[in-house]
Design a protein around this ligand. Sequence first.
Ligand SMILES: Nc1ncnc2c1ncn2[C@@H]1O[C@H](COP(=O)(O)OP(=O)(O)O)[C@@H](O)[C@H]1O
Ligand SMILES: [Mg+2]
Length: 252
Amino acid sequence: MSATHEDDDDDDTREVLLEARNVVVERGKKQLLRGVSLACRAGTVTGLLGPSGAGKSTFFRVLVGEDRDATGTVLLGGDDVSREPLHARARRGLGYMPQGPSVLWDLTVEDNLTTFLEIARGASDAGTVRDLLDRVRLTDARMTRAGLLSGGERRRLELARVLAGRPKVVVCDEPYAGVDPAQAAHLGDLLRGLADDGVAVLLADHHVEEALRICTHAALLLDGQVVTAGSPGDFRDHPVVRGRYLGTLATA
Ligand SMILES: Nc1ncnc2c1ncn2[C@@H]1O[C@H](COP(=O)(O)OP(=O)(O)O)[C@@H](O)[C@H]1O
Ligand SMILES: [Mg+2]
């Protein structure tokens, strides 16, 4: 990641799959993002942490192509995609789990996956649906309507939706929101497993401990700026992180 030292020798040889350079977002007179740069390499999990209102979701919307009024550059696999819409970036292998729900409430888990596969790949078949159910461990819930799932199950179905697109990069906005600790650990293991398979994973969350458990890199976003970026250990020890983020959580 930019503006950091590399903590792992292997990192230099891994391909940068997603990169943002100097992203600025203005709304009226307010600067929501004030020059954010970040790079995510294959096989890594980057946690973008920071308090509510720091600009994490705003930044993710720029990365995935939902907000194209930003200035700065977004690169996927080295190509400048700053002007490309969401679906074009998805075709290049960018998967996005938004902060809010993204399932089809009235359909069963299985029918959700069939639909997602048809959208992402133009076709679905029973074997691929079965594989996806197995990967996110929702086989037993396959006939359940998505609207009846627990928070953790719904997040895993949303992850399966992302996986239907065979992503090289996965951007997850608050994957643990509304998910109990045991299910969060389960979801975290799935995200870490994606990185172990070579995917670049970027996540934003408030659940610092669960996020840091699976992260290879962590960055603090405060008031629309990356304050520090490095290994999870460096992140915990950083005086600004301790003073302005972890300290406030401990007393919250
Ligand atoms: N259209 C907008 N106009 C003005 N302020 C906005 C707009 N959208 C979001 N904001 C503000 O931008 C800040 C960052 O929001 P967000 O990216 O959702 O933060 P986070 O995801 O880190 O909680 C918040 O203070 C929010 O109120
Ligand atoms: Mg947010």
